[in-house]
Design a protein around this ligand. Structure first.
Ligand code: 5GP
Ligand code: ZN
Length: 113
């Protein structure tokens, strides 16, 4: 737990969130500002700033995060989804607790902006 981290506060229950799935290593909750019909954030319980740091520190948790992302997408629709890890300020990361955006339920364009 990191003291000033919004997502650690959600994990601790200090800030409410619309939780859709929980596992030993992860929790997943609806994004407050959805960009698709399904927009869920899947995060590790362990505080790491990004997916690369998580993979290096706790590979099992990183794999769990990927497995949970697929499960969320499969229960939300037809199994097509985009999994986004904005990593670093230049890539629009605003919360520095690792999180994957699971986006589904509409057609996506490429390349992303
Ligand atoms: P990032 O820009 O770091 O990749 O994504 C952070 C995401 O967290 C954004 O999509 C934003 O809408 C979401 N977010 C920020 N604050 C909250 C909050 O308090 N609750 C929830 N559920 N989502 C949040
Ligand atoms: Zn955190």
């Amino acid at each position: 737990m990191s003291d000033d981290c919004l997502f650690c506060k959600i994990i601790a229950g200090d800030i409410p969130a619309d939780v859709v799935r929980e596992s030993e290593h992860t929790i997943a909750f609806k994004d407050i500002n959805p960009e698709a019909p399904t927009h869920v954030l899947v995060i590790p319980r362990r505080h790491e700033p990004d997916i690369g740091s998580l993979a290096a520190a706790d590979p099992e948790a990183a794999v769990a995060l990927l497995t949970e992302a697929r499960a969320i997408a499969e229960s939300a629709g037809n199994g097509s989804y985009r999994l986004v890890f904005n990593t670093g300020a230049d890539a629009n990361q605003t919360v520095f607790h690792c999180h994957g955006h699971v986006l589904a339920g509409r057609n996506m364009s490429w390349p992303p902006g």
